[in-house]
Design a protein around this ligand. Sequence first.
Ligand code: JBN
Length: 246
Amino acid sequence: MRIDVVSIFPEYLAPLELSLIGKARQDGILDLRVHDLRAFTTDRHRTVDDTPYGGGAGMVMKPEPWAQALSSIAADRPEGSGRPVLIVPSPAGERFTQALAYELAEQEHLAFACGRYEGIDERVIEWSREHFEVRPVSLGDYVLNGGEVAVLAMVEAIGRLLPGVVGNPESLVEESHSDGLLEYPVYTKPSVWREREVPAVLLSGNHGKIAQWRRHEQFRRTAERRPDLLEAFDAGKLPRADRTEL
Ligand SMILES: NC(=O)c1ccno1
């Protein structure tokens, strides 16, 4: 998979050089390129923002540097790949979910546009549809100072689903949201810790009972912490993520 990220703070994406995502890049599983938006400006001050039409606080990101940056990415797309998907992190976007992570992990080429200030001139979103499938995406109902933190989270959530990134693909199957429910609690040695015992069923060696207990714990936790997910699960609206193949 090829991923391009455009930001005025490219150093914000440095954590993507670490750990599993960093290794995936070294192994050639993930070709991740970070671009400084200011490299696509033409004035001496490398200006990327200006005052908003209609007034209001703050500044808006100018359209032309974005058009130059995104055009260069679209022109450099991998041989034979389809239209790239352009993700624009925004509190006004569709919710990022495990199901969307799986969907995006199947793409050959993703691009991320990290807005700052009050956002990117809306005409960039409209223009980009000529070259990309454009998807404003939100991590949740809160506002960040820019898209970079959201990109870190999304690239990790997507990248870890690519074949060869996590050591044991089985570990992807039984984690929260993989089947629409929250994951069950986990325990390790010692079996008694500060007078707290591991549930006896987990020490029984009875794999059927262990599986039953774990499934029950998934439903109990989901009902307790995320009843909204339980409604969707009961309605059979399992996320696309309820699959093991990728
Ligand atoms: N909620 C979000 O994903 C977001 C992205 C940028 N600002 O907020």
